[in-house]
Structures are given as C-alpha cells and as structure tokens.
Design a protein around this ligand. Sequence first.
Ligand code: SF4
Length: 376
Amino acid sequence: MKDVVERILERALSGADLSVEEGVTLLRQREAEPIEQIRQAADRLRQQQVGETVTYVVNRNINFTNICEQHCSFCAFRRDSGDEGAYWLDWAQILEKATDGVKRGATEICMQGGLNPQATLNGAMLPYYLKLIETIKTEFPNLHLHAFSPQEVQFIAREDGLTYTDVIAALRDAGVGSMPGTAAEVLDDQVRKILCPEKIDSETWLEVVSTTHQQGLPTTSTMLSGHIETSEQQIRHFEQLRSLQQSAKSHGYTGITEFILLPFVGQEAPKPLRRRVGRDQPVLSDALLLTAVARIFLGHWIPNHQPSWVKLGLPGAIEALRWGCNDIGGTLMEEHITTMAGAKGGTCMEIEDLQAAIASLARPSQQRDTLYQKIG
Ligand code: SF4
C-alpha cells in the first residue's frame, strides 16, 4: 500500500489533479508512516503554493438571530420564537456590535443568522436583509461585509419569489463584499437527508455559489466533517468544490478564496445525531488527515486553507498549520453557533494570541483582509 500512496503523492506534488479514487486511498490510510508522508506532501504543497507566512484576519462575527424555521440534526444554535434562549438583535444592537468590532481593529464583519420567517420589512424579506447591510455600511462604508450563506439566499428568494441572481445582485449592490460558503455541510444528498433535510440540496448549493461568482462576489468554501459521512463522500465533496472553482476560474471570476474544514462538535447537538456519531468532540487525528488531503486535492485550485480554532481549539488549529493550512482565520470576537454546540475553542481570540500561536511554529504571521490582501 505504501507504494500506492507514494505514487499518488508524487502525482500531486507534480501538480496533477487527483482522481476521487486516489483521494479516497489517501483518506483510508491508518498506519503512521503513510499518514506522515501525506502530511509532508500537504505541507510541501502549502509551501509551494502559498509560502511560509500564516495569515489571519481581524473580524467580528454577528449572528443576528438564532430563530430558525429549520431543524438541522447537528444544530444546537437554533430556537423557535419564544423559546428560552431565542434572540433576535435589533438595529441598534447590530450597529453596537459592528462599532465595537471597528474599535478593536476589525476589517471584516461576518454576518449570518437563522432563517427567521418573521424577519421581514414591508411584508418582504429582501428589504430586511438590505436594512441589515445598510445599518452597518452607512456607518462604516469601508468595512468588508462577508455575509449570508447560500441557504439564506435561497430563503430570501423563496419567500419573496425572486431569482437567486436578483437576491445576490441586490445584496452586492447594498454592500455585501463576499459570501460565506457555509451550509455546504457535505455535498451529498443522502447525507443531507439525515443532517439537514430541510436545507437546500447539493445542486442548489452549487447553483447559488456559482451564481454568486457570476455576480462578481467571491465566496469561501466549507465542509462539516466527522459525523456520518464516508471517505468517498468527503472526496466527492472536494471534487464538487474543485469543479466549481475550475468553472469560476475559466470565466475569470475570483471564485472561492479559501477552504475551511469544520469538524462536527456534538456535545449539545440534538440527541439522535449525537448518539449516532457517538462522541462529543472532533477526533483530531481524523481532522488532520482530512486537512492534509484537502490541501492535496484542492490546493492548486483553492490555495488558502484554514482550520477552525473554534472547533479544534487553538492547539489543534496550530497543529493543522503543519498539515497543509496557511491561515489561522479570524479573531471573531464572538461566536455562538459552535459554542452553543459545546465547542471548547472559545469565542474570541486576541490578535496577540493568534500571532503568538503562529510564532510557536517559527513561521511569520501577516494580517490580511477578507480577500487575502496584506494589511500593514
Ligand atoms: S444549521 Fe442553520 S439552518 Fe440549520 S437549524 Fe441551525 S440555524 Fe437553522
């Protein structure tokens, strides 16, 4: 088996795009030696593709409501209106959080929320979302707004009877600068039936993200890993992201700026999925192997890879920088979605914490903006 792994890694290091079968072979390795070879190949590719510097972004998360019409089986964040713990920020609270972010040096606001059917203005949903944008952009026109998942776009389009293009163009014109590639979970409809049966299917997710690229907005990309999905489903997810990016690049769009692996945290998740998965916190070794294979499979197309310190804790995220990652993500300043799921990583990082963590690997650190331009 060792020779097979070596041959696959040689192909990857020579710049070839791996097949699904080759990706699955890498992910199925269980022995220490081939896994170390995979780690080293991912680390070399990272070095070739983006160099030694580890980047970070100073950003603030705003999750404007946790009231949501859906019931994803992994979600500990959602509430029905009137439930204990349900919240919905008003305009003043949103502005206050953005102002606090700016005072603390944020260059980006990352804004996403639950799918709240009551979130309308003048009887329509799009005006509510436009007002969210306006609330921040009127006060801080230069702040980058990284906002609204493909699921939120579909929710607005469905509620208001609009096309995805209509919704995305309106969000863009109001001031959204890029879109989070969240709600991807695993792009496999069998998995989605169990994980998020009410969410958009894989094809719709791909359609919304592709439409976003066509409208001139970059996106990120994500995968929720470590629950019920197989190695093959993980690699097919990567393959779909790769094709999406190939298509974006062939049309001259920026497309996907980064890939973020989001290992499942089940501690406070609804019981059926938690029981089925059988553990509360991610298995670090699984997440690291997947991180390395993501770099090997996607790196040539999607060169920026970010671990989630919220999900893995800072030590786990720092370790992931040795497995193909080149970015440590954002300061966030507050985080609800994963923290309510029982994650131990915390909700806020000071810039100095991120810089010190990067320095512990003897690699240089660099602040970046949302689109990976150097700051300072
Ligand atoms: S993951 Fe998002 S869409 Fe699903 S229930 Fe939670 S808040 Fe709602």
